[in-house]
Design a protein around this ligand. Structure first.
Ligand SMILES: Cc1cc2nc3c(=O)[nH]c(=O)nc-3n(C[C@H](O)[C@H](O)[C@H](O)COP(=O)(O)O)c2cc1C
Length: 289
């Protein structure tokens, strides 16, 4: 399911928009950076109601999503989500580092504390959706796994606002993904899979059966589909499954297990050196047109 946001919950807890009110004194051009209260209208109760309805209507597992990055009471809503019947919870730590006084390790420690406080509240599987912008992603991924996280979702797509230069406004523009975005996921799936005690989900850029094959080869346990389903409708899931099955039959892969991780770094003793070697090879392969 879509996310229930920390901001919605905090608003629910304090019963006012005090949290968002902090932005009121921002200068006007910047005001369009901030979410309006009306954007947060879909309330907490409505989320839990919908979760219960979805759960009653389908016979596949339902994964709910909490989205936040600050420590606070909002994490207690994980228990309500579990109580409403979610089979698993995805925690999205979407965050952009903007504070000059907060280091990468400060942020990672904070994320860990959030994860731990959610982990101790629920017993259903917990996955964490990450951004790709960690200096040492494998180290942080290992810490998450040690904290009891069952799955990592790679990655958030960063919402990148554009400027309207005439109106001096920030223009929010949500664009669908494209298959090229999968490449970033493939690299990190290949690096993490089989080296970490966590399941891995690819999120971002899977549009075709071949994209799914690639993500599986890199080591994904799960492939999330959003843009392609929104563009083509739910029927696309069936088509992608058929493309995957047809490809596997043609290439004589008898099971997903034969495919999963076959292109990962499992047998590579020094991925860092390999990455540098490939990087140099690519730069040196350039020829003038
Ligand atoms: C309309 C729309 C709404 C989304 N809402 C959420 C959300 O509530 N929580 C979340 O973690 N990701 C959300 N996402 C991001 C998707 O979960 C996914 O990470 C992203 O679209 C990349 O996958 P894709 O290439 O299959 O689209 C949303 C994406 C779209 C297009």
């Amino acid at each position: 399911m879509y996310s229930l946001f920390e901001e919605q919950i905090t608003q629910n807890i304090v019963g006012s928009d005090a949290h968002l009110g902090a932005y009121e004194n921002s200068f006007s051009e910047a005001a369009s950076y901030f979410p309006e209260v009306s954007l947060l209208d879909r309330g907490v109760d409505a989320y839990l109601d919908q979760l219960q309805q979805v759960k009653g209507a389908v016979d596949i597992p339902v994964v709910a999503s909490l989205n936040g990055n600050r420590e606070g009471e909002w994490v207690s809503y994980a228990s309500l989500i579990e109580g409403a019947g979610a089979d698993a919870l995805e925690l999205n730590l979407y965050c952009l580092a903007t504070d000059f006084n907060v280091s990468a390790s400060d942020m990672e420690d904070r994320y860990l504390r959030i994860v731990q406080s959610i982990r101790e509240r629920i017993s259903i599987p917990l996955s964490v959706k990450l951004s790709p912008s960690f200096t040492a992603l494998p180290h942080f991924a290992k810490r998450l796994s040690e904290a009891g996280v069952d799955g990592l979702v790679l990655f958030n797509r960063f919402y990148q606002p554009d400027f309207d230069v005439d109106e001096l406004e920030v223009v929010p523009r949500l664009k669908y993904s494209y298959s090229q975005e999968l490449l970033l996921r493939l690299r990190w799936l290949a690096l993490l899979s089989s080296r970490i005690d966590c399941q891995l989900a690819a999120s971002g850029g899977a549009h075709t059966g071949i994209d799914v094959v690639k993500a599986l080869m890199a080591g994904a346990d799960v492939i999330q589909l959003v843009s392609t389903l929104l563009i083509n409708g739910p029927i696309r899931a069936e088509e992608i499954l058929a493309e995957l099955t047809e490809w596997m039959e043609e290439k004589e892969y008898g099971s997903l297990e034969m495919l999963r991780g076959c292109m990962n770094y499992d047998s590579c003793p020094d991925p860092e050196a390999l990455e540098r070697a490939n990087y140099m090879r690519i730069l040196k392969s350039w020829r003038p047109h």
